[in-house]
Design a protein around this ligand. Sequence first.
Ligand code: FCB
Length: 373
Amino acid sequence: MFKFPKNFYWGAATSAYQVEGGIDNCDWAKVYPAGAACDHYNRYEEDFDIAKSLGHNAHRFSIEWSRIEPEEGRFNEKEIEHYKNVIMALKQRGVEPFVTIWHWPVPLWLRDKGGWENKKTIEYFFHYVDKIMLSLKSIQVKFWITLNEPEIYASNSYLKGVWPPQKKNFLSYIKVLRNLIKAHCEAYKIIKKINPGAQVGIAKNNIYFEGWLALFIDWWWNFYFLNQIRNFQDFIGLNYYFHNRIKGFKFNQNENRETSDMGWEIYPKGIYHVLKDLKKYNKPIYITENGLADAKDEKREKFIKEHLQWAHKAIQEGVDLRGYFYWSLLDNFEWDKGFWPRFGLVEIDYQTLERKIRPSALEYKKIIKTNGL
Ligand code: FCB
């Protein structure tokens, strides 16, 4: 029996654009519209009831910049109220909120100013964060995640040219990363100033690289951002999905024995390695995302169990891991891929928007209830 620490946070994650529906004032909506998505904007109470019934004691979600600041400097109090209600709905259920401030979409007005390529966006972000912190001060949210996966965003949007603004420009890519680093540090300072008890970090996508080149790639992909924000984080949020075996100079030489519906290799042991590698920062770690697309729900139970087993081994070897958020609570809009990948513990019927709990969600619940495997 693998027992997890007593106050461990167990839950699942979502992000606004992927589940809420009705977000049309941002760059993504113009390139990859998500329409009504899961209508989580209107059904969050029902969804939190489900999370609660599944034994979750924490939940990660994001607030949407384009809702809160639909035009430069004009904040929508009604939308802020909405997120207040969302947070209260979690708290009333005894579920600890982990709030992500920016999970990728950029408001249209900001897109037109150059988005994250523009240095001034650091300032815009600061004002957005400042407004949120002041507005939510009275309800005391403890856990804040400023940015979700800065490298994945920067590389898909500015190197590969797939995500908005669909650029392929190395200099832009570097500029965006530099601006995100500064934006995080400024946000960190303002959050701590307004809410000194807050715990602040980012959600970092780390990959388990193998091979002699791994040393260099690790330095850039896994550690550069974290090193730059070293003095401006209280915890590390880890998103783990990928393993990449480098042979010679060839990447992705994985054996791919088992894959998800998206063709992503399932490699649970990788979570152990990336966790161990983060130990050097001496910070608490939360696994802020880990999951797979599996429409038939054939592999999810094993996936969760094996990742947790390896995470547990890391804990035994001294890693200060304090929580696990499965991606995702609900099936949702998987960015440029659309709705077909099914990541949810809960299945969504996109015709009726009916929610259906998958069997693996109940297995995850059993682990949570016994606090072990
Ligand atoms: C991560 C994203 C998340 C989701 C999962 C599958 O990179 O943070 O929004 O799309 O991948």
